[in-house]
Design a protein around this ligand. Structure first.
Ligand code: PLP
Length: 404
């Protein structure tokens, strides 16, 4: 396989997302396989010394080494790129590798970044601990408040970083509002779009420069492989990401790329089904005795429902709720569940629940938790592909047990 022509007859950019996710990016080999091939190889052989030379001079478009690019990984990148409507996509070994590459590829000592403080724990480490160690100053703000973004800008501010909806309280950041401020000041905006998924929210269309994913979550969607992706413009790739990516090596394994490439085929129907179940479960929880508060992006009583409606095309599959009775009730509740499993992971086909105060947000301490609204009664629920009534019945029974 010296040349790998795109077998697609039509312009994939003109296809609907569902079609892009089945056919987009396919590189069919000389054997004409229907299902995409897994190229589990580190390197590539050249037909001649001249070809090797041409490839290293970028005069021959083939592959060189899997740390740089691999046909299976390229198929995954192209499929996700089409869905996101980005100019480029680079797949990474984990979501955190994507966040790290997305930020550190363009930031340097002496720069300053502003980030929303409600975010995934490891992302907070990158911003709060790692960046300052290398001379990149940072300011953490309440990302819900546009005025705080503007007020935090300094002459050396180079980047804005946030996730929306945020883990675990589903706080939202107004993407168009923040990117408008960023553009006025020549600031690069990086958005972690994991919770919304590329099906329900399009940060690039709303003005963001870079989008990062943990593909570990909904993109795999079946709890198997770790992976991630950075998407944005060709200019960002050429000016910043390409060299950082090739030389520091956060590359995605071809095996994991293959699993997640096949997963993309079913992403739309999975997200549709999981979101529909989540909407029903959220309403059921809101009406249940023993539940103080339900936070769901698809409900009118979400504190930022107007922003959810403006920038999300669905409520998603994540729910947060506060149980009456604090940690003890939350633990009794989790221990009484028979179907929903206790796990800090999310975006799986299996419904998963976690108690952030004692797991994902244990390390940040009680003060930071209070600041983020993570009380001891808050539980985070990731709705899977089971029947929504079965999930609801399990939650109802466990709520009863927690009150007994
Ligand atoms: C899981 C997650 C990450 C990190 O992804 P990994 O694949 O676990 O490295 C980053 N951001 C958010 C919002 C996540 O949920």
């Amino acid at each position: 396989m010296t040349k790998t022509p795109m077998s697609a007859p039509a312009d994939p950019a003109s296809w609907s997302p569902e079609t892009q996710l089945v056919h987009g990016g396919t590189l069919r080999s000389e054997f004409g396989e229907t299902s995409e091939a897994l190229f589990l190889t580190q390197g590539f052989v050249y037909t001649s010394a001249e070809q090797a030379e041409a490839r290293f001079k970028n005069e021959d478009p083939g592959f060189q080494y899997t740390r740089f690019a691999n046909p299976t990984v390229s198929m995954f990148e192209e499929r996700l790129r089409l869905l996101e409507g980005a100019e480029m996509c680079r797949a990474t070994a984990t979501g955190m590798a994507a966040v790290t590459a997305g930020l550190l590829s363009f930031l340097s000592a002496g720069d300053h970044i502003v980030a929303a403080r409600a975010m995934f724990g490891s992302c907070r480490y990158i911003v709060e601990t790692l960046c300052p160690r290398f001379g990149i100053a940072m300011t953490l703000i309440d990302g819900r408040d546009l005025a705080q973004w503007e007020a935090a800008i300094k002459p050396n501010t180079k980047g804005f970083f946030f996730e929306t909806p945020a883990n675990p309280t589903l706080d939202l950041v107004d993407i168009a509002g923040v990117t408008a401020i960023a553009k006025k000041h020549g600031i690069t905006t990086v958005v972690d779009n994991v919770f919304a998924t590329p099906m329900l929210q399009r940060p690039l269309a709303l003005g963001a420069d870079v989008v990062v994913y943990s593909a570990t979550k909904h993109i795999d969607g079946q709890g198997r492989c770790l992976g991630g992706a950075v998407l944005g413009s060709n200019k960002f790739l050429n000016d910043h990401l390409q060299d950082f990516f090739r030389q520091t090596g956060p590359s995605l394994s071809p095996f994991n790329a293959w699993v997640m490439l096949k997963s993309l085929e079913t992403l739309p129907i999975r997200i549709r089904q999981q979101s529909a179940s989540a909407a029903v479960v959220a309403d059921r929880l809101a009406a249940a005795p023993g539940v103080n508060r339900v936070i769901y992006c698809g409900r009118d009583d979400h504190p930022q429902a107007d922003i959810a409606r403006k920038q999300m095309s669905g409520g998603g599959q994540m729910i947060a709720f506060e149980i009456e009775g604090g940690k003890e009730a939350a633990f009794r509740f989790q221990n009484a569940l028979r179907l929903v499993r206790i796990s800090n992971n999310l975006g799986d086909a299996k419904s998963l629940i976690t108690h952030p105060a004692t797991t994902t947000h244990f390390r940040i301490g009680p003060e930071a938790r209070a600041e983020l609204g993570i009380s001891d009664g808050i539980l985070r629920l990731s709705i899977g592909l089971e029947n929504g009534d079965d999930i609801g019945a399990d939650l109802d029974a466990a709520l009863k047990a927690a009150r007994a």
